[in-house]
Ligand binder design. Structure first.
Ligand SMILES: [Ca+2]
Ligand SMILES: [Ca+2]
Length: 444
């Protein structure tokens, strides 16, 4: 029994010593220091502050930087091309000391991803800069990303129209000026109101070419050719164009605006030409930029593209005409070398006629259920009081995409397979020829 007690006492002593040893080590953690990455890339001419991470040891800490300063952090104003070692020594009250160092590299280019002309925002104007450098390659941007933060980048050499290095056109920093860099413009896009820039002189004019022939009705889709140059006055050496279109957002259906680049004299869409379109329906503004991407300008005249819009079904406008105005502003043209000029503002004024339904009042739309919207492969349509006799789907140009004539009194599923994603109008007719129309979005 006595031997057992002695054994237990010995065991307890061992545990106590162990705990004491452990806790002493816990409180006397080694002093440690970290300056961050081994190579710190910074923007030239912007104050860089180094804030080291110091832990462990016994405070207070003592600091000694490579520039002989003794503060916890160090500030430095780098010049372009600087490449210098910075070190820091930290000591503590228990006479421990540690040291860390980093190579600081400063680049003149300080890139906000998507802002290629250096005006402080990313918008359609930057697409024209992108086009001039499209296809170029150069050094990678260290630790690149497309968040809206300034990022230092080495020089590529050639300059963009706005005077910045080609590296600015590589918005995602992967060393290539490619279509994905336009996505960075889109990601960081900021709308600004057109400034109404009027050129001092210009021999070129843009025409929104729709005759005001009293034939446009509420609910119609309207194809507006954007025409640049004429046979008598062709445009020489065009590489890209950017402008803002202002419209009355109570007249144009939200999300119904489509740009059709078919048979453009400037190029083949997504072959040797690309575009960026940003619609701000809430502000009644559409920003458009179109650029070639092979450094080869074109001369010509005629249609650049069509703007296709759907005139909204506006309440209280039945049987009367009302004006519809479009204004293209801040129209900037660029040649392959990046030389730019503005041309005069272009406007369109049409009379829209509110004769949406010549056969009488619309069907009571609220009682007919159509879902889902957006749809993928089918729509469920639930008739209300009247049976549905015909279903018709038309695209934004008014072309019938699918139609079916069959009497339906109960909910039914309507097949949409094989129809390309996009915006469509679904029309449902009853036996007397009355109908309702609803916008349907088809998604992949
Ligand atoms: Ca910009
Ligand atoms: Ca890129």
């Amino acid at each position: 029994m006595k031997r057992l007690l002695t054994l237990i006492s010995l065991l307890l002593q061992t545990i106590t010593v162990g705990v004491l040893f452990f806790s002493q080590n816990l409180f006397a953690q080694a002093l440690s220091l970290d300056l961050g990455e081994d190579t710190l890339y910074v923007c030239a001419n912007e104050v860089t502050t180094l804030n080291p991470t110091v832990s462990g040891g016994t405070s207070p800490y003592r600091y000694l930087w490579s520039d002989s300063t003794t503060q916890p952090s160090m500030s430095y104003l780098p010049s372009a091309g600087d490449s210098l070692w910075i070190w820091l020594e930290v000591g503590d009250g228990a006479l421990q000391s540690v040291r860390d160092s980093a190579l600081l590299v400063a680049f003149d280019n300080c890139i906000w991803p998507g802002d290629m002309n250096g005006d402080g925002i990313a918008n359609h104007q930057d697409v024209l800069e992108w086009g001039v450098a499209a296809g170029a390659s150069g050094p990678l941007r260290p630790r690149a990303h497309t968040n809206w933060i300034a990022q230092p980048s080495p020089d590529w050499g050639p300059k963009l129209p706005g005077g910045h290095d080609f590296a600015y056109a590589d918005a995602n920093g992967n060393g290539l000026v490619h279509l994905d860099d336009i996505q960075a413009i889109d990601k960081n896009y900021v709308r600004i109101s057109p400034q109404g820039i009027i050129p001092p002189t210009s021999g070129t004019s843009m025409v929104l070419d729709v005759p005001n022939d009293s034939s446009t009705n509420v609910g119609d889709t309207l194809r507006i050719p954007v025409v640049l140059g004429s046979p008598a006055n062709p445009v020489g050496s065009l590489y890209g164009i950017a402008f803002s279109l202002q419209y009355d957002n109570s007249i144009i259906n939200s999300s119904s605006i489509v740009i059709d680049f078919d048979s453009s004299w400037l190029g083949d869409y997504q072959v040797d030409m690309t575009a960026m379109i940003k619609n701000f329906h809430q502000d009644g503004q559409l920003d458009i930029a179109v650029t070639r991407m092979d450094q080869q300008a074109r001369s010509g005249h005629g249609k650049l593209f069509d703007v296709i819009v759907t005139i909204d079904n506006i309440a209280g406008k039945n049987g009367e005409a009302f004006p519809f105005n479009l204004d293209a502003k801040d129209i900037k043209l660029i040649n392959a070398l990046g030389h730019s000029r503005y041309i005069p503002t272009s406007s369109l004024s049409l009379d829209i006629f509110a004769e949406f339904n010549p056969n009488g009042p619309d069907l009571p739309q609220a009682e007919i259920t159509i879902y889902p919207n957006p749809a993928t492969t089918s729509l469920t349509i639930m008739p209300a009081d009247q049976a549905i006799e015909q279903v018709r789907l038309t695209d934004v140009t008014g072309r019938t995409v699918r139609t079916e004539t069959q009497r339906r009194e109960n909910a039914f599923s309507w097949n949409l397979e094989g129809i390309r994603p996009g915006i469509y109008l679904l029309s449902l007719y009853d036996s007397s020829g009355q109908w309702i129309t609803q916008k349907i979005q088809l998604v992949p």
